[in-house]
Design a protein around this ligand. Structure first.
Ligand code: SAM
Length: 273
């Protein structure tokens, strides 16, 4: 009898977000293939589970995949977990699943949270049709090519981003999508969980000094963004104020805010003073 591969979702922050079935599966399998065994050890300790682990990550996945398949073919059951959320979603997993399929191994999914879907639900942005874009490439050319392919996307788009790249990425979004509304979900399910909805230009200002934590960015598709792209005079003043706070003169701030919002510079200036 060959064993089974269980793809197990784990919490994205709050450890209470693990399913009863995930805990039982982690208890019952013969071994766990984990992206980072130190991270998974903390999860296992929390639930008083002791289990042999094999590391399975980006740079050893080819050879480790074969080793894991051999063990399953020998009759052992394996749980595949990543550091957080669902394996395969911007995490290792899909290749192991493919390898197991090639060996006709039985594969089951034990679903858990994913930061992408959690952020989408929290944003209130159209969730009927959406696309998951994951991380943008570090390579400038590939990154711009990726963004260019999304210029006319009508579905809601979900991106992952690391904190140190967030300021640059927001500028790239502005170049590509113009000044749409975006939702920035941070530290979901953790103590400092927050969701902010603002114009991309405002986000550029808000995160110009950098950012901390884990982020999902949600951008509405073209059709929806056009409905939402009108600015009130209060939006324009808020934007101008953010320029003033970063050291610009009132006149220059009003000019910049006018360019983005379409509201007359003199009106913004009057409100500013
Ligand atoms: N497999 C995971 C999932 O299903 O969501 C994603 C793993 S990916 C390597 C890590 C990225 O997911 C982070 O850089 C961040 O963009 C996002 N992420 C993970 N946990 C998060 C959280 N608690 N709040 C916001 N974003 C999170």
């Amino acid at each position: 009898m060959t064993g089974t591969l269980f793809i197990v979702g784990t919490p994205i922050g709050n450890l209470e977000d693990i399913t009863l079935r995930a805990v039982r599966t982690l208890r019952e399998v013969d071994f766990i293939a984990a992206e980072d065994t130190r991270v998974t050890a903390k999860l296992l300790n929390h639930f008083a589970i002791k289990k042999p682990m094999i590391s399975y990550f980006e740079h050893n996945k080819k050879q480790r995949g074969e080793l894991i398949c051999d063990k399953i073919l020998d009759g052992q059951n394996c749980a595949l977990v990543s550091d957080a959320g669902m394996p395969s979603i911007s995490d290792p997993g899909e290749e192991l699943v493919r390898q197991c399929r090639e060996h006709n191994i039985d594969i089951r999914v034990v679903p858990g949270p994913s930061a992408s879907i959690s952020a989408l639900c929290l944003s209130g942005f159209p969730a009927g049709r959406f696309t998951f874009e994951g991380f943008l490439s570090m390579n400038k050319k590939n990154r711009l090519k990726h963004l260019d392919s999304l210029k006319n996307e009508s579905r809601t788009m979900l991106f992952y981003e690391s904190p140190h790249k967030l300021p640059g990425t927001l500028k790239d979004f502005y170049e590509c999508f113009g000044d749409r509304n975006i939702a920035i979900a941070r530290e979901l399910t953790k103590i400092h969980e927050e969701l902010k909805i603002m114009k991309i230009s405002t986000a550029i200002q808000a995160y110009s000094d950098g950012a901390k934590g884990e982020f999902v960015i949600i951008i509405p598709g073209k059709e929806h963004s056009e409905e939402e792209a009108s600015y009130t005079p209060e939006d324009a003043v808020d934007l101008a104020l953010s320029y003033v706070e970063s050291g610009e003169s009132k006149s220059e701030s009003a000019k910049k805010a006018s360019k983005i919002t379409g509201i007359k510079k003199s009106d913004i200036y009057k409100m500013l003073i």
